[in-house]
Write a new protein. Structure first.
Length: 199
């Protein structure tokens, strides 16, 4: 046991099917994320960053500690942004307005976001984040990187490491990313967007 613990999932392990299978979820959450949390707890002692928030550890560390802290933060945000698949799932609230203002419409935003995920070479993450002016940004981050390292507030992310989709979609990364829109919990994403204004 260490200072960081595996987060609890806000849904059952098969709740995201058929978009993400229970088998993928059990490996991704129970094995991969658990290993990142264990690695974070193993690398933290003696780093001088004990007691810091996870976001601050990601910004201030390097090497194995930064990789494990980054992957823990990334997956914590990833796994808590989903809900059971819904017909016509769409953005809500202020984030919906920001998407229309900056991307013209939701479909244009979806295409830009998925294209960024598909074109990311190797392992990494595609992110929607906000800046201190309330503008939103789509960025590609490789390996364990997180937008907090650019001074941005992370709102929504799609994991494009193969472990996130290979059991269900094999090499069809675009199909996987397009399917994820069915399970994005936009109340969570909008809540992160609005909370970012008070930081
Ligand atoms: Fe992952």
């Amino acid at each position: 046991m260490g200072p960081f613990e595996l987060i609890s999932l806000p849904y059952a392990s098969d709740a995201l099917e058929p978009v993400i299978s229970g088998e993928t979820l059990s490996f991704h959450y129970g094995k991969h994320l658990q290993a990142y949390v264990n690695g974070l707890n193993a690398a933290l002692p003696g780093s001088g960053l004990e007691g810091y928030r996870l976001e601050d550890i990601v910004m201030k560390s390097e090497g194995a500690l930064r990789n494990h802290a980054g992957q823990t933060l990334n997956h914590n945000l990833y796994f808590t942004q989903f809900r059971t698949p819904g017909e016509g799932n769409k953005p809500v609230g202020n984030i919906a307005e920001a998407i229309v203002q900056q991307f013209g419409n939701y479909e244009s935003f979806q295409k830009t976001f998925v294209d960024a995920g598909v074109s990311l070479f190797g392992s990494g993450w595609v992110w929607l984040s906000s800046d201190t002016d309330g503008k939103i940004h789509i960025t590609q981050e490789t390996n364990a990187a997180n937008p907090v390292q650019r001074g941005l507030r992370p709102l929504l992310t799609f994991d494009v490491w193969e472990h996130a989709y290979y059991l269900d979609y094999q090499n069809r990364r675009a199909d996987h990313l397009n399917a994820l829109w069915q399970i994005v919990d936009w109340n969570v994403v909008n809540g992160r967007f609005e909370a970012s204004w008070n930081l």
